[in-house]
Write a protein that binds this ligand. Structure first.
Ligand code: UPG
Ligand code: MN
Length: 737
């Protein structure tokens, strides 16, 4: 460690009992597959289909086992930075927002305020850039007002060592006080601050575009003719701290709406991130860049210092190419009804990967090294090459023709670590593909992180207490499934692209186990056809009076039965270990089945259509509930915000159809059993098929309820009709002979 006390510690976490359980389930899966393979000759297509699906499930299990196998934790000690304060690098902080309607400007303002108020020894080293893809004068106005408020808010936070510096969250609970005079003074300031914040919030919430453009004068003139998708670049320095005394004031604040024209692709968030990188390069050019989504406020004011422990604290920089805080959410609904708080996945897979080549880049809450984003490989890998500064020409090939940008990149790509020729990059096109946020997938985060790890870098996991950043998870059926669909689409785009992790392992520096880790998520949508096929086997067998599982009297029966039990108990225990309820486990289990048959399935089809050139993929921004309250943002008109809601989107059709189909199949089979005509015939369905269909109906319960409800809690008729037609066709095909 470079001089002095250690800044962090890497702690390997034991999990022997879990490893044993991993193996038990793996053995059961393999036994199931082996038995099936052995008796394949005597059985028909149903057995073959079941065999293929079960083999796939075993493969997915192995992927997950690998991901969770060797977790680590990083403990950080920012107090040990005290004698290295001079060394701390500058940090450019990026916030992206895209739509003032889906992402109310007050949310962005809170995130920005929490960043401006971060603890850092020299605030002159921090700068905040907000990218607005919505090109909204209201957002710009809101940020200008926020900058004024910041001059009160930030001294208040620092003076009283405020814990959570996003005002909406801070003021959602009563102040913590004792009874002394100092407390009295604090209470007065607290009340004053709260009133000021409320005024700010009401100015922002009542701001309307028309009056801003009419009365805003010069300052908003550029917005007058700007259309969201067609306008020149707008850059506004809303706060310039260089006039403050050294160490005083608060970080620079810059508003940016990048140039757009209908003739060009803008590459969604990845495009915005690259513009932020370029603009900040010519303004402050900090070697470290923090990026957060507009709803992800800094919940721990010390977060930048904790991150520095990981960025500066390794003997070799290679171990912290980027530093990622896990995504966590505030005000989440109780028991995670939409299965999108992802606490277990974050802990088990995120923590597990931290022990391999490092956790994924999650798109928000991440500290990047600028030079890594610029495509520089880790220092170790260039040790034996001749060193020298990159030539102007090489930089031009890499960064375009802007003189300032080239100069700034020269500054970043210089010095001992970076001074290396870039000749190994063969062509200019190749170069463009190796720098910045990578295009070509809507989950640009996973793709970009993978590009960095394929270059040989590792990442470090920044898990602080209190959590570093908190954001909002979508609520309601449409928003949740849309988000899952976008992720899955983007992930499959990665899997089949030239950036696939498999190629990254064969041809580049992505470690094999890390590649398998990426496959866990990249293969989400590929799981859909297998899971759908398996989900259809139960109803198919009940309708056609066959079986695909051993009956209770068969000796093989105990294998699927044991698997069913151990698998569910294993996951239940994981939820318990993470401090979650049985209900949370069930909600997540159920949502996995729903997501697979809806969002993942549609993502799978979308990518096939895109590959055939028949459709385009678009980034559908997630709706964020207004942050004036901190009740999880579930609007007040909702009777129960945890109830599943629907709209007429195609994503609801498959699960509606599956729900109906399972009910129909159970009814037909139960009828047949009662009437007793063919019961007892050898090869007919047994308890296994009934349990499968019953379990499906339970998993799809929100949809079953949706079939008998109305309003937004009911499945729209257009969806019911389409689903009904699909079911009728399936039943007809099954029972034709
Ligand atoms: O054209 C666009 C679209 C989105 N965004 C911003 O991207 C961020 C993420 O969008 P959101 O709708 O909140 O998506 P989520 O699914 O919640 O985001 C997760 O997944 C994304 C990839 O799909 C990552 O980029 C995010 O960091 C990650 O938090 C937000 O700040 C948006 O304002 C843009 O700047 N421009
Ligand atoms: Mn989001």
């Amino acid at each position: 460690m470079a001089g002095g006390k250690k800044l962090h510690e890497r702690v390997a976490l034991g999990r022997t009992a879990w490893m044993l359980a991993d193996f038990v389930i793996l053995l059961l899966l393999l036994a199931l597959v082996a038995r099936r393979a052995a008796s394949l000759g005597e059985r028909g297509g149903t057995w073959l289909a079941a065999l293929v699906c079960e083999a796939w499930f075993a493969f997915v299990w192995i992927l997950n086992m690998n991901g969770k196998w060797s977790p680590v934790r990083f403990d950080t000690y920012p107090e040990n930075l005290s004698h290295r304060l001079e060394e701390l690098p500058a940090v450019d902080m990026f916030v992206t927002t895209a739509d003032p309607a889906l992402e109310p400007p007050l949310i962005t303002v809170n995130t920005v305020l929490s960043l401006l108020a971060l603890d850092y020894p020299d605030v002159g080293k921090l700068a905040c850039y907000v990218s607005d893809d919505g090109c909204s004068p209201v957002t710009c106005y809101a940020l200008r007002e926020a900058a004024k408020f910041a001059s009160l808010w930030i001294p208040f936070c620092k003076r009283y060592d405020v814990g959570v510096r996003a005002p909406f969250m801070y003021f959602s609970s009563a102040p913590e006080v004792g009874t002394g005079t100092a407390d009295h003074e604090f209470l007065e300031s607290w009340a004053l601050m709260k009133t000021e914040y409320e005024k700010l919030a009401s100015r922002i919430e009542n701001a309307d575009e028309v009056s801003i453009l009419r009365d805003g004068g010069e300052e908003f003139a550029e917005f007058i003719d700007a259309e969201r998708g067609n306008h020149p670049t707008i850059v506004k320095v809303l706060w310039d701290n260089s006039k403050s005394k050294a160490g005083e004031g608060f970080p620079h604040l810059v508003y940016l709406s990048r140039e757009k024209s209908p003739r060009h692709r803008h590459n969604f968030k990845a495009g915005a991130m690259n513009v932020l990188t370029r603009v900040s390069a010519v303004m402050t050019n900090a070697p470290i860049m923090l990026n957060v989504d507009c709803d992800m406020f800094a919940n721990n004011p010390q977060v930048a210092l904790h991150a520095m422990c990981l960025l500066l604290g390794f003997d070799d920089e290679i171990h912290s190419g980027f530093v990622q805080a896990p995504q966590k959410f505030y005000g989440g609904l109780k028991d995670d009804p939409f299965g999108n708080q992802m606490q277990v996945i974050t802990k088990k897979i995120g923590g597990g990967l931290a022990g391999i080549q490092g956790t994924f880049y999650g798109g928000t809450g991440c500290f990047h090294r600028r030079k890594v984003i610029y495509g520089m490989p880790p220092p170790d890998t260039v040790k034996h090459e001749t060193r020298g500064s990159p030539s102007y020409k090489e930089l031009q090939a890499k960064f375009g023709s802007s003189k300032e940008l080239i100069e700034s990149s020269r500054n970043i790509i210089s010095g001992d670590l970076l001074a290396r020729p870039t000749v190994d990059i063969s062509s200019r096109v190749e170069m463009a593909k190796q720098i910045g946020w990578v295009y070509g997938s809507m989950t640009e985060d996973i793709l970009t992180g993978q590009r960095i790890q394929a270059a040989g870098w590792e990442s470090a996991l920044l898990d602080t207490d209190p959590p570093a950043f908190l954001g909002c998870a979508p609520t309601g059926g449409p928003a949740s499934l849309t988000q899952f669909k976008r992720w899955a689409t983007g992930l499959l785009e990665i899997l089949i692209s030239r950036n696939s992790p498999i190629l990254g392992t064969i041809f580049k520096g992505l470690q094999l186990r890390q590649c398998l880790g990426y496959l866990i998520v990249d293969a989400w949508p590929v799981r859909a056809p297998f899971e759908l096929c398996y989900a259809l086997l139960g109803p198919f067998c009940l309708l056609t009076n066959q079986s695909f599982l051993p009956t209770a009297s068969d000796e093989g029966f105990h294998i699927p039965a044991a698997l069913f039990l151990t698998y569910n108990i294993y996951h239940l225990m994981e939820y318990k270990e993470c401090g979650l309820s049985v209900r949370a486990w069930w909600n997540n289990h159920r949502m996995q089945r729903i997501t697979s048959a809806s969002a993942w399935l549609l993502a799978f089809l979308t990518v096939i259509l895109k590959t055939l050139g028949l459709s385009e993929t678009v980034f559908e921004v997630t709706r964020k509930e207004s942050s004036t309250s901190s009740d999880g943002g579930a609007g007040t008109d909702d009777a129960d915000p945890g109830l599943f809601t629907f709209d007429s989107a195609p994503v609801f059709i498959p699960v509606t159809a599956l729900s109906v189909l399972n009910i129909v199949a159970l009814t037909v089979a139960a009828w047949r059993a009662v009437v007793g005509t063919v019961a007892g015939v050898h090869g007919g369905p047994g308890v296994g098929e009934f349990v499968c269909c019953g379990w499906m109906v339970l998993c799809f319960w929100p949809f079953v309820r949706g079939l008998v409800s109305s309003g937004k809690y009911g499945i729209p008729w257009s969806v019911r009709v389409k689903a009904g037609l699909i079911v009728a066709a399936f039943v007809h095909l099954c029972t034709r002979n």
